[in-house]
Design a protein around this ligand. Structure first.
Ligand code: NAP
Length: 315
């Protein structure tokens, strides 16, 4: 099968496009013919070797954790999906090796969900990883509720675009950080306030516009951005963080519940998202599509850190 792969860690130049053997579905797995996949920052972080020693890997590595496609074969005991059914999934595996930048991928059937009927394959491929990350961060962990306030960092990115929509749909008051060029984009997604993180002081915004502090701050950036989060929260607020471990001492000073979230594949959670999308409560993300052969260019763009919405590879 056609696949993008690498045989050593490095920059975009280590990526090759070639033929690799197609995978066979194991017990409880489904073989999916990939129509589209999306680029997530973790794809280039893994390729650079940033997670060497954290995630087990085996070369050649086919990158990619998101898939939208069609069921073509059922492994032993897999019975929840029909041949020809349109499906999508976040399909991270215990060993980083056989990803979704390829014509075929195997997926445990409990990680799959039917694709939203009103989305193209490219739009569907943009949803699973970021959608499950938001679901598990804002609702499973932070228990964000109607009437609460949430500050979402990097509102224009893949996670942020999904977080703004899901938080606004849940009835929360949403503040989102974005550069000035993306202010209208985050407002249209449902934020009530776009904060230009390049020029505005978050502490001043919080003191004047949310004096009691945010109920939830979602850190999708890490580093200095995570450092700024603690004083923005109300006492007892929640801090899901995606890149760095929150500081336990700073959290305990103000009774902040914090967690470094590591999103999990989950077909049941994905079915909730399918329903919200089919009901029109959640809009497809803005996607920029590339052919699979241009994976290196797409990953380089992701690495620059200013993607709006999602980058998608059509297979
Ligand atoms: N732990 C997990 O399970 C998990 C899951 C998903 C993602 N992640 C991580 O979470 C991060 C976000 O993922 P993503 O898919 O949303 O990435 P992304 O789509 O590449 O995010 C790009 C966005 O980040 C914004 N941005 C960059 N620097 C910023 C800053 N200092 N403040 C505010 N916005 C900033 C940019 O907005 P402007 O162009 O307006 O600057 C751009 O729209 C990545 O590091 C990813 O690896 C972790």
């Amino acid at each position: 099968m056609k696949a993008v792969y690498y045989e050593a860690f490095g920059g975009p130049e280590v990526l090759k496009v070639g033929d690799l053997p197609a995978p066979e579905p194991g017990s409880g797995e489904v073989l999916v013919k990939v129509a589209a996949t999306s680029v997530n920052p973790v794809d280039w972080k893994l390729r650079e070797g940033f997670f060497d020693g954290i995630f087990p890997h085996q070369f050649p590595v086919i990158p990619g954790w998101d898939v939208a496609g069609t069921v073509v074969q059922l492994g032993e005991g897999a019975h929840g999906f029909a041949i020809g059914e349109r499906v999508y999934a976040y399909c991270r595996k215990p060993v980083v090796q056989a990803g979704t930048y390829a014509e075929f991928v195997t997926v445990p059937e409990d990680h799959l969900a039917p694709s939203p009927a009103n989305l193209s394959d490219a739009e569907a491929a943009a949803i699973p990883l970021v959608g499950l990350t938001v679901w598990q961060s804002l609702f499973e962990f932070a228990a964000l509720e109607k009437g609460q306030s949430v500050l979402i960092h990097a509102g224009a990115g893949g996670v942020g675009s999904m977080a703004i929509q899901l938080a606004a749909h849940a009835g929360a008051r949403v503040f989102a950080t974005a550069s000035a060029a993306n202010a209208n984009y985050v407002l249209e997604l449902g934020a009530s306030r776009a904060i230009d993180y390049r020029i505005e002081d978050l502490g001043v915004v919080q003191r004047f516009e949310m004096p009691s502090g945010f109920d939830v701050v979602f850190d999708t950036v890490g580093g200095a951005v995570l450092d700024q989060c603690y004083p923005l929260l109300r006492t007892g607020g929640a801090l899901p963080a995606l890149n760095d471990e929150p500081d336990a001492a700073r959290c305990s000073e103000r009774d902040i519940r914090a967690l470094r979230v590591f999103s999990e594949p989950n077909g049941a959670h994905l079915r909730h998202l399918t329903a919200l999308i089919e009901d029109g409560a959640l809009k497809p993300l803005e996607v920029q599509s590339f052919p699979l052969e241009e994976a290196a260019q797409a990953m380089a763009l992701s690495q620059e850190g200013h993607v709006r919405g999602k980058l998608v590879l059509k297979v």
